[in-house]
Design a protein around this ligand. Structure first.
Ligand code: C5P
Length: 234
């Protein structure tokens, strides 16, 4: 019953090394969700951590947020495709050519290239500090529009951005949303949060969930409870 909800959950494996990553993922690998490897774990362990988790049956979201000249970004996406990951990320502020070349590097593969627009750590004031006069929301919509014109099919968006993106672009983009907290759980350092049910109702396709699962006494029980909460909202 909860299988389809679990397929929409991406567990953030924010672990310092392979031993702790494997310890976390092993009991969860056959549940049908995806696992996000970010900069911390990848920098510590390299590409072998991807194949180690894949060998447990885990599907991988490699979140390295590539941002470089078009040639380098394209080849980095090629490398991610060769690792057989299901999703990977690029920064949309790398510009139209970087985005279209990165997207075409994954064409014909199973890897979905997701665009990162404005990091949620940036507010209107910090955007002005880097020379962007728009509000964060305007800039997200602007970059999403540019991404779509470059063939982008998916985007990472905070809970507050789901609705404006759906309103403007309908179902053209797959939306992946972090900053999700189940009812009654600790928000930690996340400020703009939504419950899993609300994020799905707002239009998210996938939810990135870290500490509510990874720091739980039983990550498996927590995953199942969150999936049940999502199933009720679907
Ligand atoms: O533990 P928590 O659920 O807050 O983890 C969320 C994950 O999503 C972390 O890996 C974090 O780096 C990532 N993330 C985020 N906000 C963004 C983009 C990524 O929290 N805007």
């Amino acid at each position: 019953m909860t299988a389809s909800a679990k397929e929409k959950i991406i567990i953030a494996v924010d672990a310092p090394d392979a031993v702790s990553a494997l310890q976390l993922v092993e009991p969860l690998a056959s549940e049908g969700c995806l696992f996000k490897i970010g900069l911390q774990l990848f920098t510590a362990e390299g590409p072998s951590i991807v194949s180690k988790l894949q060998s447990l049956g885990a599907r991988i979201f490699l979140d390295l947020k590539f941002h470089d000249i078009p040639n380098t970004a394209r080849e980095a996406v090629h490398s991610a495709v060769r690792l057989g990951v299901d999703m990977t990320t690029i920064h949309l502020c790398g510009g139209p050519r970087m985005v279209s070349e990165s997207v075409s590097a994954a064409e014909g593969s199973k890897t979905l290239v997701l665009g990162v627009s404005v990091l949620t750590s940036m507010d209107d004031q910090s955007l002005r500090a880097v020379g962007v006069p728009s509000t964060a929301e305007e800039q997200v919509l602007h970059l999403a529009h540019m991404g779509l014109q470059c063939g982008l099919r998916g985007i990472v968006a905070s809970p507050l951005e789901i609705h404006p993106l759906r309103k403007k672009f309908g179902s053209q983009l797959v939306i992946v949303t972090p900053g999700v907290r189940p009812l009654g759980s600790d928000a930690g350092d996340q400020k703009r949060i939504m419950t899993p049910g609300d994020a799905l109702r707002a239009g998210a396709d996938y939810l990135v969930i870290g500490r509510p699962i990874t720091a739980a006494a039983s990550p498996l029980d927590s995953l199942r409870a969150i999936a049940a909460e999502m199933e009720a909202a679907l």
